[in-house]
Design a protein around this ligand. Structure first.
Ligand code: H2U
Ligand code: ZN
Length: 351
């Protein structure tokens, strides 16, 4: 029997945050590749498009007009998945046909007045403005709702409907599935070990450096040990922080730096505007604020689908849908590739 080497040999890794496993098969990287690897045709996005409902001064689909905003701009989603009105239903105890009434609010936030800039291309101050708006909305909606989900879908490959830089905020009266499992696993870890899972995890990653993409005094950007998407990342503050509004001004400013660094490296990897879905997870809010949430640690997840080039993506299908997630490139190799990329955006070299 040959000696086990995790960089070459198949193994499974545990994700303590989701209480699930991922199959890692690094030996598959050696197989021949016959798929496409060409660069995509660059879409020229204009700074202003009179037909884009997210641009300043334009009329949205429901007839409302955006102001001529010059920084960030937040509005109520015209097609909200969650509405504030609560519709009461009869209590349902059937174990096979459970249902429960819920309420919520959905907002859209534009990052910048120009359609042709993305977060890594924005100035530090502009990114700090975005972070401060995330804080304000988390605070405002968190007073009423149990969970405030800030998320960004970027790129048409991720189902993003509009190239204008923007994110969404959905607040709900209930704890969504991802939040509920993370609440449970972090609580169990805290009870068993007496410290916060993700504070300890960030400390260990900062010590080993193996999976670090970028790091500063307050934050680590890492490819998690248990990543399923090829270039998946997490942002974690080094200090114990429950929610976005708890970040100090200094931590917000260094978050802007580490975010810009991660996103610049993402774009530089395949010299394309890197698509992803990202979002923030912090301790529950609303009535849950009164409970002890000290097991929680604020963090952001980035789930980018690209695998080999700007056009070749990973699909979570087959074995992933029916058994469990699987990856070829190790988290360590993915982190090394990203870490070694320049901090300067590839577009700024040519313009
Ligand atoms: P994406 O982040 O998935 O691209 O979605 C953009 C959101 O913007 C989407 O939820 C909303 C859509 O409902 N939207 C409006 O509220 N008004 C519009 O006029 C266009 C898009
Ligand atoms: Zn999370």
């Amino acid at each position: 029997m040959s000696v086990f080497n995790p960089n070459d040999h198949q193994h499974i890794r545990y994700n303590p945050l989701k209480d699930e496993w991922v199959l890692v098969s690094p030996h598959r990287l050696k197989r021949p590749w016959t798929g496409q690897v060409e660069k995509p045709v660059l879409d020229e996005i204009p700074e202003y498009d009179p037909k884009n409902p997210l641009c300043p001064g334009n009329i949205r689909s429901n007839g409302k007009q955006n102001p001529k905003y010059s920084g960030t701009y937040v509005f109520d989603n015209d097609f909200p998945a969650l509405q504030p009105e609560v519709f009461s239903t009869e209590e349902n105890n059937d174990p096979l046909f459970k249902m429960s009434p819920v309420s919520g609010e959905c907002k859209v936030m534009c990052f910048h007045p120009h359609s042709n800039v993305t977060l890594p291309e924005m100035s530090n101050n502009d990114v700090i403005e975005v972070i401060n708006k995330w804080v304000d909305l988390s605070k405002e909606l968190g007073e009423k709702y149990t969970w405030v989900q800030v998320f960004e879908n970027k790129g048409s490959v991720m189902g993003c409907s509009n190239p204008h830089p923007h994110c969404q905020i959905w607040a709900s009266s209930f704890l969504p599935n991802e939040a509920a499992i993370e609440d449970k696993t972090q609580k169990n870890y805290y009870c068993k070990h007496g410290n916060q899972m993700l504070v300890e995890y960030a400390r260990r990653e900062s010590e080993s450096k193996e999976r670090i993409i970028s790091e500063n005094e307050h934050w680590v950007a890492i490819v998690p040990y248990w990543a399923t998407w090829p270039y998946q990342a997490m942002l974690i503050p080094k200090r114990h922080v429950l929610r976005l509004p708890d970040l100090t001004d200094e931590e917000r400013s260094s978050l802007a730096e580490v975010m810009k660094s991660l996103l610049t490296k993402y774009d530089n990897l395949f010299e394309t505007s890197f698509p992803y879905s990202m979002g923030w997870h912090g301790a529950p809010t609303g009535l849950e604020m009164d409970k002890d949430n000290s097991h929680w640690q604020l963090h952001a997840h980035y789930y980018p689908p690209l695998l080999r080039s700007a056009t070749v993506r990973k699909f979570m299908v087959g074995y992933e849908m029916l058994a469990q997630p699987q990856r070829d490139i190790t988290a360590e190799l993915a982190a090394k590739k990203l870490r070694e990329l320049p901090e300067e955006h590839y577009k700024s070299k040519t313009t």
